[in-house]
Design a protein around this ligand. Structure first.
Ligand code: NAG
Ligand code: NAG
Ligand code: NAG
Ligand code: NAG
Ligand code: NAG
Ligand code: NAG
Length: 526
């Protein structure tokens, strides 16, 4: 095909015929013709990014995200948009299934030695879109199981390039900014345990292309340029086939260890890394929208709030400080159900379809990406299960303003039991049946506390979640009835649903290893 293309390009009059052919042949065949009219989708998921890290969300501060700010100016910015969990694997599982962890089985993180992953009878967004004619690609972090049939290539992604789990889950040679600092791989065998740092593991972090380990350890500092190149290649290939595409870019940024695109030590590593991320997004934008007439929706969001225990290497929650928890001790960001844990910076950009310079106040979630893209692709949701996400295309287009009336936030490590729904949004109200903090920068942690009756904040006048409603007030009494109803409804709904369960067993046979002769699995010795 490539050869034919080159041959034809050398014959000018034939080129016209060829273009004519490539446009019409699929139509004539009557099978894939409808695909060429379908919208391309790019979902970019940042890791551990804070709501306050997006320049457009904090106009009074210096912005480190000029490309994302440009998307906001030409698209819609969601300010009350939430990740479906406050930690990595559950958040990603929910994005790709439209279902909360309590239904899809993924309630906490998978490990380097995990045998399982996202349950195999859960259907991913990639599987649905692939079925409807899309080319599907994942560039970046997966973290939904890497062993055997849990690999992204077996979960609907035609193409995969990236790291199989978090960028601190393995040693590298130039480890970047983290607390405590990671030890580089070559020191792994000789260093005393005490000097190894928390991200020491004898396993080097792998970089994969489909099923093949292409680097181990991966060079994290060169990952952004590789991701940009692979994204460009994927888009170009799909386009040359006249096929619509779904590209899911799960960035290593802003998760520690941070990289900054510079050889010299950075004086502000977080800001520099944010700029590196933004620059990568700018390159993806250029690849996707460089050619005219591309019908492409780009959605940017985050997997959970900032990882506060990393101190200066963690992002900003903006105004969502979780003041009540801070007084009790511990952080109110990643792993918690405070706003800082799951309210994520989010944008949608779709030239010609989404009117620019809009801010949406709708209560929305990464759970909504699945039903919305399925609807925009004009295909249908998988049968025999219930979804927590809703189709928000009306909100994207500006016809509708209201999102979820009720949104449940699962426990993600800091409080209660993994996956349990013990915090809920009901309109402007946020109720906690369980609170808890995560480890903060000073090493303090706020233990889980149960609240009966629940602790309720009115976010319209208290976005800091500082002063709970007086339980004697009329406002509280009225709300409590709705709350009881909401908590009862979700339990009843889940009890009638097909609920999957994930295999969290670990075994050394599941590790990804380039060279089993080497203690760190290094592909080649230095
Ligand atoms: C294209 O549309 C026709 C009906 O209009 C449908 O039967 C066919 O399955 C579609 N093809 C794809 C690949 O979606
Ligand atoms: C965007 O909207 C704001 C108010 O909603 C307005 O002040 C600003 O001028 C607009 N910017 C552009 C580029 O249209
Ligand atoms: C969506 O699919 C239905 C039925 O397959 C078809 O009638 C309709 O024209 C399609 N819409 C678009 C926008 O492709
Ligand atoms: C669960 O799956 C079965 C088929 O395996 C189906 O009959 C049933 O309707 C499903 N339940 C829900 C809530 O979709
Ligand atoms: C943590 O320590 C810093 C500096 O030592 C201090 O400014 C801050 O108030 C402390 N935070 C908490 C929650 O104790
Ligand atoms: C997945 O399989 C398990 C075990 O058979 C079942 O209980 C569950 O309902 C299935 N999930 C879905 C979504 O069908």
């Amino acid at each position: 095909m490539v050869l034919l293309g080159i041959l034809l390009k050398s014959l000018f009059p034939v080129v016209l015929f060829y273009s004519f052919l490539s446009f019409w042949v699929p139509d004539g065949a009557g099978s894939k013709n409808n695909d060429t009219k379908k919208t391309n989708f790019i979902v970019i998921l940042a890791d551990d990014i804070g709501w306050g890290d997006l320049g457009a969300n904090q106009p009074h501060l210096e912005s480190h995200t000029p490309n994302l700010d440009a998307f906001a100016a030409d698209g819609v910015r969601f300010v009350d948009f939430h990740s479906a969990a406050s930690t990595c694997s559950p958040s990603r599982a929910s994005l790709l299934t439209g279902r909360l962890g309590i239904r899809n089985g993924v309630t906490h993180n998978f490990a380097v030695e995990s045998l399982g992953g996202l349950p195999l009878n859960e259907t991913t967004l990639a599987e649905v879109l692939k079925e409807s004619g899309y080319a599907t690609g994942l560039i970046g972090k997966w973290h939904l199981g890497h062993h055997g049939e849990y690999h992204p290539n077996a979960r609907g992604f035609d193409y995969y390039y990236g790291i199989p789990y978090s960028n601190d889950m393995g040693c590298t040679d130039a480890p970047g900014y983290n607390i405590p600092p990671c030890q580089p791989c070559p020191l792994c065998h000789n260093a005393p345990q005490s000097a190894r740092g928390e991200c020491y593991t004898k396993l080097a972090l792998p970089l994969m292309e489909n099923q093949v380990i292409v680097e181990q350890p991966v060079d994290l500092s060169r990952l952004p340029e590789k991701y940009a190149l692979k994204a460009k290649g994927f888009i170009k290939e799909a386009r040359s086939r006249g096929q619509p595409y779904f590209l899911y870019v799960a960035l290593a940024h802003m998760h520690v260890p941070l990289t900054t695109h510079s050889e010299v030590p950075s004086r502000q590593p977080y800001a520099d890394s944010l700029r590196e991320m933004d620059d990568l997004i700018g390159q993806i934008k250029a690849s996707a929208y460089g050619a005219v007439g591309q019908d492409t929706l780009l959605w940017f969001t985050g997997d959970n709030g900032p990882w506060a225990e990393k101190c200066d290497f963690a992002g900003s929650v903006g105004p969502f400080v979780g003041a009540w928890q801070i007084v009790q001790g511990g952080s109110s960001a990643k792993k918690t159900t405070w706003e800082g844990g799951h309210r994520v910076p989010t944008l949608a950009y779709w030239p010609g379809k989404i009117q620019g310079n809009r801010t949406s106040l709708a209560l929305l979630s990464t759970l909504d990406i699945f039903p919305t893209l399925v609807s925009l692709a004009n295909t249908s949701l998988p049968a025999n299960r219930r979804f927590d996400g809703i189709d928000i295309s009306g909100i994207l287009f500006g016809h509708l303003q209201e999102g979820h009336k009720i949104l449940y936030h699962p426990n993600s490590g800091a409080a209660g039991t993994f996956g349990n729904l013990e915090a809920v949004r009901l309109g402007q109200y946020k109720a906690f049946y369980t609170t808890g903090g995560a480890l903060d920068c000073n090493g303090s942690i706020g233990p889980a506390q149960h609240h009966d009756p629940p602790l309720v904040f009115n976010l319209n006048r208290d976005i800091q979640e500082g002063s709970p409603l007086d339980t004697e007030s009329q406002e509280y009494h009225t709300l409590l009835l709705h709350l009881k109803q909401a908590m009862g409804d979700i339990q009843a709904d889940i009890s009638m649903d097909n609920v999957s369960s994930a295999d969290y067993l670990q075994d050394v046979s599941a590790v990804l290893c380039c060279n089993r002769e080497h203690v760190a699995c290094r592909c080649t010795e230095l």
